[in-house]
Ligand binder design. Structure first.
Ligand SMILES: C[S@@+](CC[C@H](N)C(=O)[O-])C[C@H]1O[C@@H](n2cnc3c(N)ncnc32)[C@H](O)[C@@H]1O
Length: 240
């Protein structure tokens, strides 16, 4: 069965049945429906899941750091719109609601986006109203979308730099957003190689600096789940 053949209600039922509620993260105040090591799907082959790449069912270390940062720095986000790019489980958007900031939860994972259904469920799980969140599966990476990008927004990128081609494309887009719309870009990242490896960074056509904000030690469970990463950083990207 493919997700295109499932409506939002059936997707929601599937998520409730196949995930567990977890608070094991840098942000235990947020409960999320995730696939963890206690779920049968944890060790299953990809054909057992009806959705391709269920990234929304995992809480990535970079997303955890960015979300922790929002919860700990309420004033910095006051009066802004948090644009949760590649929202996944929606943690950065949920943290924004918790600190009283509106947000846009953006993910393109499939045509009927399973990620957006999962984010709506996670809002309900945390007994939060989603009145101040806008859900969208539009691909904002298109140059056509620069003029439509909401003013006064802070774009939050949780664990989005996992592939070098995608990183370069995203950096070009962020540079234009900063120049033309004044958009700040905050990144949560556990030092994945497309950003942490200096040789890759030098090879990108876009030049930028990383302004360090914080480096969080990851909880033991997350270190086990995301083997090879012990901390996750938050930094701001500034383009030259
Ligand atoms: C590694 S996950 C990170 C999820 C979440 N930010 C976190 O840290 O837990 C990457 C997410 O980016 C989404 N994504 C990939 N390309 C995208 C694009 N062009 N626009 C919006 N979302 C995108 C994927 O569907 C996936 O949910």
């Amino acid at each position: 069965m493919h997700s295109l053949k499932m409506g939002a209600r059936r997707i929601a039922r599937w998520i409730m049945k196949n995930t567990v509620v977890s608070r094991e993260s840098l942000t235990p105040e947020i409960a999320l429906r995730l696939i963890t090591e206690t779920c049968p799907l944890w060790m299953a082959t990809p054909d057992k899941c009806p959705f391709p790449n269920p990234y929304w069912a995992f809480y990535w270390p970079g997303g955890q750091a960015a979300t922790r940062y929002i919860l700990d720095n309420k004033k910095e986000f006051s009066g802004k719109t948090v644009f949760d790019f590649g929202a996944g489980c929606g943690s950065a958007s949920i943290a924004s609601a918790m600190v009283g900031t509106r947000s846009i939860a953006n993910d393109i994972d499939s045509v009927i986006t399973v990620a957006l259904v999962s984010i709506a469920l996670n809002y309900r799980l945390n007994k939060l109203s989603d009145a101040n969140v806008q859900y969208t599966n539009k691909n904002f990476l298109s140059p056509m979308e620069i003029d439509n990008f909401p003013k006064d927004s802070i774009i939050v990128l949780g664990d989005m730099f996992y592939d070098t081609d995608f990183t370069e494309l995203t950096l070009k887009w962020l540079a234009r957003l900063q120049k033309e719309r004044g958009t700040r870009a905050l990144v949560g990242d556990p030092d994945r190689h497309p950003m942490a490896d200096r040789n890759y960074a030098k090879s990108y056509s876009v030049k930028f600096s990383r302004i360090p904000l914080v480096d969080y030690p990851l909880p033991d469970y997350i270190i086990r789940e995301h083997y090879g990463f012990n901390t996750a950083k938050v930094y701001e990207l500034v383009f030259n």
